[in-house]
Design a protein around this ligand. Structure first.
Ligand SMILES: [Zn+2]
Length: 327
């Protein structure tokens, strides 16, 4: 039997007419092995570079999820900065248009309030990242907030100084709501041009309307003297006007009944009368005005004694709507 070793190769020799064992040199064997190794190396290189392009390594996956986490974190920060900025704007507005005006101190100029930090570029170290724009933007806004907080806090110190010795003035300025209104649902319409409920045309509404059932108690919003108790034929119906001094007066219209008489001294929070629908009115409500030097001004900015900043923001929102008044 002819048994052949698997590793041996036989070639036909035309001269000897025999099959002879092929002699494979070490060199060509090495070449063959090397060829195989190189081919597989090249092949695996191609495969892994394709894989590299389309499949993340575990390390990349971790980095990518960290990056996503950071981006989300930045978005949260971004919203937080916006919220703080709104709150601060509200405080600033109230300070500038009420406190500083009442105590006759120059309002903070808008230029001063809006100014950035300027000067050297302090955000240079943030410039080299993929998300540089986002990071620089937030950093800038946080810096601006910090600066505005400093300005605001200095302004409050200033106001605190001015308030000293002005207790009488503070007690007199109308600064509470004229009806009990804890949930703020009673303010039906605001100050400004609104639709007249009877003539259905735009008309200037000089006060705030509080809806409340007939007979609801109405309170004086600051210390003063009752200047007028009358039935007004111009539309206010049963009305009371209180003179608070310092140029301030308040008007309470459409009452069902009075609780004061002319010339009477009154303290903030004392009863003036009761809600009704007398005069030009489409339903029981109180029409309330604040007058400074005989000009009607928006009463909402004066509710600083019984409104925190969140409530103040809510009341501004509620009175913004330009719908119909109750007159
Ligand atoms: Zn009204």
């Amino acid at each position: 039997m002819f048994k052949r070793n698997k590793n041996e190769k036989f070639v036909f020799n035309a001269q000897t007419l025999k099959y002879e064992k092929a002699v494979v040199s070490f060199g060509s064997r090495l070449l063959r092995v090397l060829g195989f190794v190189i081919a597989s190396l090249v092949f695996s290189l191609i495969i892994s570079s394709i894989a590299y392009m389309f499949i993340d390594s575990p390390k990349e996956r971790i980095l990518r999820s960290e990056l996503n986490g950071l981006k989300q974190q930045y978005n949260v920060l971004d919203n937080e900065v916006n919220r703080l900025s709104d709150v601060l704007e509200g405080l600033h507005y109230r300070d500038n248009s009420i406190y500083r005006v009442i105590f006759e101190s120059e309002p903070i100029s808008n230029d001063e309030w809006q100014a950035g930090s300027g000067g050297i570029n302090k955000y240079k170290n943030l410039e080299k990242y993929d998300n540089s724009e986002l990071m620089i933007d937030i950093s800038k806004r946080v810096d601006k907030l910090k600066k505005q907080m400093t300005i605001q806090s200095a302004s409050y110190d200033n106001i605190t100084e001015l308030v000293k010795g002005k207790e009488q003035m503070l007690a007199s300025i109308p600064s509470i709501q004229p009806v009990s209104n804890k949930d703020l649902e009673r303010i039906a319409s605001g100050f400004g041009v609104r639709i007249d409920p009877v003539y259905k045309v735009p008309k200037f509404h000089a006060g705030l309307d509080f809806t409340a059932p007939t007979g609801t108690e109405i309170y004086a919003t600051g210390d003063g003297v009752v200047e007028l108790v009358e039935f007004n034929y111009g539309g206010y119906g049963n009305q009371v006007i209180i003179n608070h001094g310092y140029g301030y007066k308040t008007r309470y219209g459409h009452m069902s009944r009075f609780a004061v008489r002319r010339g009477q001294k009154i303290k903030r929070g004392e009863k003036v009368g009761f809600v009704g629908s007398t005069g030009k009115s489409t339903g029981p409500h109180l029409h309330y005005e604040v007058l400074k030097d005989e000009n009607a001004i928006n009463p909402i900015y004066f509710f600083y004694n019984d409104l925190n900043d969140a409530m103040f923001a809510k009341i501004i929102e509620r009175t913004k709507n330009a719908g119909q008044t109750l007159d």
